[in-house]
Ligand binder design. Structure first.
Ligand code: HEC
Ligand code: HEC
Length: 204
């Protein structure tokens, strides 16, 4: 069976099988088995590295950040429109499951950086400096401060949705508000340039 066939098969039996009978392979400590059993791959791609449009790359992301996001999505604290599709799935995971998922995902290799519009990316690189993003997210968005999200190698569409959501106070958690002043005055064209730059950078 191919991996995709396995994922498809797992999806058919997702919730009841995973909830009713946590067999050793699906134990709270096995992030890989949980990722398959809960159907995360349907949107985030194999090992979280190749998501469908609008969903983020979560492979190679910081584990503390990942865990916090899962908890905030499950509790409804992070509640922008696109996240609603994932809420019923994450609600069916226990706090222990989420720890195992975060640890496993952080250790996965992310996809290669994506090709794109070089001229826009160059403008984005300047903005990333000028607007002070580099201070928290690190050079190229690849080396953030401890427990802050890696932005390098993220999908361009997802980055644009998030920067706008934080700018427009739709994603307005306490931590997201830390960067409110940096994004407040960005135009949509500048958001695109930043996203173009970040999506083309390599995740370390
Ligand atoms: C139906 C599609 C779908 C499924 C299934 C799904 N997700 Fe998501 N996930 C999304 C979308 C879309 C977002 C981004 C939401 C937004 O724009 O705010 C997201 C966001 C996330 C984030 C936050 C990433 C970041 O950079 O902030 C994490 C972590 C995550 N998902 C983990 C998981 C895990 C683990 C599972 C399985 C238990 C899962 N997701 C299942 C669609 C899905
Ligand atoms: C003061 C520190 C700080 C600065 C400056 C900052 N950010 Fe952030 N950024 C954060 C934190 C913290 C988060 C995570 C918020 C959370 O936990 O929900 C974040 C989240 C993000 C996300 C969402 C990541 C994801 O996976 O969902 C994007 C995109 C982003 N920042 C882009 C930028 C850009 C572009 C700039 C510059 C215009 C910038 N940030 C400036 C601290 C900062």
């Amino acid at each position: 069976m191919t991996r995709y066939a396995l994922i498809a098969a797992a999806l058919l039996f997702t919730a009841p099988a995973a909830l009713a009978d946590p067999a050793p392979a699906n134990s709270a400590k096995d992030g890989k088995a949980l990722f398959t059993a809960k159907g995360c791959a349907a949107c985030h791609g194999e090992a979280g590295a190749r998501p469908i449009p609008g969903s983020p790359v979560i492979a190679g992301q910081n584990s503390v950040y990942l865990l916090r996001q899962m908890n905030e999505i499950a509790s409804g604290l992070r509640a922008s429109a696109p996240v609603k599709a994932m809420q019923p799935v994450i609600e069916k995971t226990s706090p222990d499951d989420r720890i195992a998922l975060a640890d496993w995902l952080a250790a996965q290799r992310s996809a290669e950086s994506l090709a794109g519009d070089r001229a826009k990316a160059d403008k984005g690189a300047e903005l990333f400096d000028e607007k002070g993003c580099i201070g928290c997210h690190g050079a190229d968005g690849a080396r953030p401060l401890a427990d802050y999200p890696v932005l390098a190698g993220q999908r361009k569409d997802y980055l644009m949705i998030q920067i706008k959501a934080i700018r427009d106070e739709i994603r307005s958690t306490r931590r997201a508000r830390m960067m409110a002043a940096n994004v407040r005055k960005l135009s949509d064209a500048e958001v695109e340039q930043l996203a173009e730059f970040l999506s083309q950078n390599k995740r370390k």
